[in-house]
Design a protein around this ligand. Structure first.
Ligand SMILES: [Zn+2]
Length: 72
């Protein structure tokens, strides 16, 4: 599967991604408070943070391995 196919996947599944029933209304502060107090939003944020940390570690280790290969 090429990169374009991976980029299309989120578009196919986005209609299924409802955090919870109801709408997000109110001003910006209400929205921020809502995002920081709802468990489903916090869980998704935690998943995103963990994925970011795992990705950063992966790319750091890969770049370190590549730099060690070029030193030899
Ligand atoms: Zn919400």
């Amino acid at each position: 599967m090429n990169r374009t196919s991976f980029a299309i996947l989120p578009l196919l599944f986005s209609p299924l991604a409802h955090a919870h029933p109801g709408a997000h209304h109110g001003n910006l502060l209400d929205g921020i408070v809502h995002l920081l107090t709802e468990p489903d939003h916090l869980a998704m944020a935690a998943v995103a943070v963990l994925a970011g940390i795992a990705g950063a570690r992966f790319f750091r280790r890969r770049s370190e391995a590549r730099s060690q290969d070029t030193r030899r």
